[in-house]
Design a protein around this ligand. Sequence first.
Ligand code: UN1
Length: 501
Amino acid sequence: MTATSSLAEPFNLIAGEHRRAASGRTFESRNPARHDEVVGVFPESSAADVDAAVAAAQRALPGWRSTPWPRRGEIILAAATIMEQRKEELAQLMTREMGKVLTEARGDVQEAIDMGKFIAGEGRRAFGETVPSELRNKWAMTMRQPLGVVGCVTPWNFPIAIPSWKIFPAVMAGNTVVFKPAEDTPLCALRFVEILEEAGLPGGVINVVFGAEEAGDAVVRHPGTAAIFFTGSADTGRLIAATCGSMLKKVSLELGGKNGIVVLSDADLELAVEGALWGAFGTAGQRCTASSRLIVERSVLADFTDAFVARARALRLGDGLVDGVDVGPVINETQLRRIHGYTEIGIDEGAELLTGGTVAGEGELSRGFFYTPTVFAGVSPSMRIAQEEIFGPTVAILAVDSLDEALATANSTQFGLSLSLYTNDLRHAFRAIHELESGIVYVNAPTIGAEIQLPFGGTKNTGNGHREAGGHVLDEFSEWKSIYIDYSGRLQRAQIDTNAP
Ligand code: UN1
């Protein structure tokens, strides 16, 4: 089946209009579960297209930043409402384009709806402060200002939710946007922006340039983008940070994870197995938050491992649109190879492969990129499979002998996104809450499942100290302006005339 009908010709969305890329080159988005199915054809953009997008965003900026906050909020709320009405259609499209199973695709769309509704309220709540002045007859206050034109570069694993985390607050705060979505999920991105325009967003407030590295790099380097919001790999994040650093450009990076679940001997084991299964193999392990390490106290190791492996073996792989499928494909062939490469690394390092470790290529599965849920035991903290982000359905079990060792092991990677602990002992839970070195901590739940009303992001090499979503998100997308109004009618010198009558 070839399903290009929704996209008659490949175009970028610039200033509210369809524009072909300057290069004339195109690329295809294909269904990872059925690689012969083309989901859409998109332009391969280059610096010239990014120039046009930035220029359009700059032209739209004065009108948009002066649009009242409540009006901007209403447009975002209208977009969230349209998404709610079209949730099923968007979810099905997402499963076809990205591969995650339909229930999870619905969750992805829901996360964007939640984000839209949450941030729309800021339209009537983006408070500034009035602050006492140290001088008489002087008024002091703060207000938020947009940053200007911001660049948003997003990944394929949450093709609507992650753009919503960035773009909704960006436009809420009065910025205009150049958006470069992942090459693997362009149609989801296009639909998201089309819905915003249908909701009343003026053309040019969001400009979409499709493409790969060349386009993303041009967005980052462009002197006209005031700030960059990026989610992706730590390697790319480092390059972006270096460029933005040299340009003194604000940059928010959401990078890798090597998240772990600690299972203590006093935990409810069945609950822990179920949570670990969801955390490790949900989205075929392709979440920054995936539970890729299971750190288990030795006294329950055998019971936990047996139950976990049995459940992993029973997971059904397949096209995420088919009822009863638990795990969909991985995104593309490069990732499939990379994931298998880590299986070979684990075996070479001396870890014990308990199940999986193969490309699943029988029957219907041969049409897509499927990898069997893979479990390694006997993993030590220094092994590469315990340190590096695999971004696939591969999990490492590490044995520990105490809570101290469990927490130290959980903290023993370069990343700090999400860590979790299963225990029935409140004292252990509170120690973990304080001592786990991650931006997100779960107790008696796996490492995935963040909600948008809390900050999302990590410590250490997971990022550069910024957070997405949550009640403080506008701080990322706006600048504070401090205003002093002296109505005394004379010169009053701060720090000097403070005791004058
Ligand atoms: C990601 O993995 O990139 O907490 C985002 C979660 C989801 C978001 C994940 N709400 O797993």
